[in-house]
Write a protein that binds this ligand. Structure first.
Ligand code: FES
Length: 287
């Protein structure tokens, strides 16, 4: 570890509540209610050395308004900036949506565990995302595509209510062009000009019927989608240990202190947010 990394790490260890300042340098309107923010740390040394893993999250603060957790949707294989996607759902997200390029935000993190991608080398990867749930999957997906030879086939099933609710559309062609990589899109209801599948994500998963052999499935989306995706994966023959998801609800402090994020005996912020289905299957049905 370099002295700069050590300094950054020591700083976070000493005071994990202290935000690092970052400037929003790009805002992408993904959908009518979701924007992706790209931010660069104001301190050039932090900017250069800040690193994180796919699946980790951060706390983003808008000064004078508040702070909330957002997954890192960018990948450390593309350094220099970080990205997070925000769906408009309340006062803090409204404030974030009101920012313009050049605004300064506070960043704490990275926090939490990450997808065990090193254990998945040589395996097929099956991504199953719904709506804004594609945000954490995008971090892992782009990480794996940047290390494409480490993995076998990559299939992406991604759905949303309508075509206008799909995020990261500007990257679809890039994903499709990667070796042995397939993108399957679906929307809930028929609409003019749509050439992809029509139907809910769990149903489309059943129709596509991916084989479980040597495959890891990673899913994130609305709770109702996750519930049926997990059931259908089991029915297709996927073992609980082959299925991963990421949970982000109810987090506040991000560092295991406030007690807001517990599900059963687990704290999402420190034991997760990434869990295998085997880890969470028997927890109370609140996730
Ligand atoms: S978010 Fe505070 S304990 Fe997990």
């Amino acid at each position: 570890m370099s002295s700069v990394e050590a300094a950054a790490s020591v700083d976070m260890k000493r005071n994990p509540y202290k935000p690092l300042l970052a400037t929003v340098d790009k805002i992408v309107e993904e959908t009518w209610d979701t924007k992706t923010f790209r931010a660069v740390f104001n301190d050039p040394e932090i900017r250069e050395k800040f690193t994180y893993e796919p699946g980790q999250f951060q706390e983003v603060s808008v000064f004078g308004v508040g702070e909330a957790t957002f997954c890192l949707t960018s990948t450390s294989t593309r350094p220099g900036s970080i990205e997070f996607s925000v769906k408009k759902v309340g006062s803090l997200t409204d404030a974030l949506h009101g920012l313009s390029e050049g605004s300064v935000v506070g960043i704490r993190g990275p926090f939490g565990n990450w997808f065990p991608y090193k254990e998945w080398k040589g395996k097929n990867l099956l991504f199953i995302g719904g709506g804004i749930g594609m945000a954490p999957l995008r971090s892992l997906l782009n990480f794996c595509l940047d290390n494409r030879d480490d993995y076998a086939r990559v299939d992406i099933i991604y759905g949303a209510r309508s075509a206008g609710d799909l995020c990261f559309t500007s990257e679809f062609d890039e994903w499709r062009k990667c070796k042995d990589t397939n993108l399957y899109l679906t929307i809930d209801k028929e609409e003019e000009g749509w050439s992809g599948n029509v139907g809910f994500v769990p149903t489309y998963l059943n129709d596509l019927a991916p084989k479980p052999e040597n495959t890891i499935a990673i899913t994130c989306g609305p709770p109702i989608m996750i519930k049926y995706v997990l059931q259908n994966l089991n029915t297709l023959g996927f073992a609980d240990e082959q299925i991963y998801t990421t949970l982000e609800m109810k987090m506040k402090c991000g560092v295991g202190k406030c007690g807001r994020c517990n599900i059963g005996h687990l704290f999402v912020c420190v034991d997760g947010p990434v869990f295998s289905y085997a880890q969470i299957k028997d927890l109370p049905p609140e996730f």
